[in-house]
Design a protein around this ligand. Structure first.
Ligand SMILES: [Zn+2]
Length: 340
């Protein structure tokens, strides 16, 4: 991108919200296109940054352009708050910390996951592709997924030195003492921020408009993440929210309605999967075959999308098994699911 283009385009990265906060659309090299960061002014001066984005040259350029246009420097950043550990939210935190000297706040569970994914041992990637093997994914695709995970290391580097916030304890920024809510299912340890007085919710990736948040089986994390996700949505849907600020896409006005729609979506998805299994020979299917049935064979052309699709398919199959609607069987060293 030339300088001239980046100048004319910089406004497309910024949306001013009614309360004066800024939503910054930080570009991403995936089909999601961008992640929402939020710049929240502090009453005593400076600002808080929520979820700075993924560390790519395009994202850094977008931020530099945005900050310059707003007359903000990195030294104005008082703190960086991460809703969760996924790279598109976490990746730039270390660079922002280097440039600003600001603390980076995250939950302990989120940081533990980040260390397993990109820390010294990086054990999670091996365990994940082993799970995919057991559920029928061919070797070449598993290699592709391993490479794809490895490719994230520079996009989450440098790693931030983190400070811990814990769900249930109030957390202050933007002149508000936020209620912190641990939201399970999408990313263990994810924290949402809710203010009853203004009815604002910063909802990370737990609730998004238009798209359904990914719910994945992750080895060593919660066994039945979809159950936890649905329970979380049920609880969140009862809160009085007039504006929810998600990690992707536009702000949500009807937060309760969106929570209910997501719950209904997963109920339909579970029913559809049972019907798919019943149509198969011997009413049985591997996790990988189910993934291709749900997302079409084209999903295997993109390793990033395949990883999410496969882990999400497994999350649904685990839920179906827990519901007693399918049985998990071992056959020749691989797992298959059979309709009951
Ligand atoms: Zn996420």
């Amino acid at each position: 991108m030339t300088n001239e283009q980046s100048n004319t385009n910089k406004l497309e990265f910024i949306q001013q919200l009614e309360n004066g906060w800024l939503r910054v659309k930080v570009p991403l090299p995936f089909s999601l296109k961008y992640v929402n960061a939020y710049l929240i002014p502090e009453p005593e001066g400076g600002c808080t940054v929520i979820d700075p984005g993924l560390h790519t040259p395009e994202a850094v350029e977008a931020w530099e352009s945005v900050l310059q246009s707003l007359g903000i420097t990195f030294s104005d950043i008082a703190r960086i708050v991460l809703t969760h550990q996924h790279p598109d939210h976490y990746g730039l935190a270390g660079l922002f910390q280097q440039r600003s000297g600001a603390p980076v706040w995250i939950s302990r569970a989120s940081q533990r996951y980040a260390e397993r994914m990109w820390g010294v041992d990086r054990s999670l990637a091996d365990r994940l592709v082993e799970v995919f093997r057991l559920h029928g994914m061919p070797a070449d695709l598993r290699d592709g997924i391993k490479d794809n995970l490895e490719s994230f290391v520079p996009m989450v580097s440098p790693y931030p030195a983190v400070s811990y916030m814990e769900a249930g304890e109030p957390f202050r920024f933007g002149g508000i003492d936020w209620t912190t809510i641990e939201a399970h299912g999408h990313a263990e340890g994810q924290i949402l921020f809710y203010d009853e007085a203004s009815r604002i919710m910063i909802c990370g990736d737990q609730v998004m408009p238009d798209i359904t948040p990914n719910v994945s089986v992750v080895p060593g994390e919660r066994e039945d993440p979809l159950e936890a996700f649905l329970i979380s949505l049920e609880q969140l849907s009862k809160l009085d929210v007039s504006l929810a600020l998600p990690g992707h896409r536009d702000p949500i006005i009807d937060f309760t309605g969106r929570c209910e729609a997501l719950i209904a979506h997963h109920a339909r998805r579970l029913d559809k999967m049972v019907a798919f299994i019943q149509e198969q020979p011997e009413s049985s299917v591997t996790g990988f075959a189910m993934c291709e049935l749900l997302f079409s064979g084209r999903i295997t052309l993109n390793m990033h999308n395949l990883r999410f699709a496969m882990a999400e398919t497994l999350a649904h199959l685990v839920r179906l098994e827990k519901q007693g609607r399918v049985a998990l069987l071992e056959q020749n060293g691989q797992y298959i699911y059979r309709a009951k």
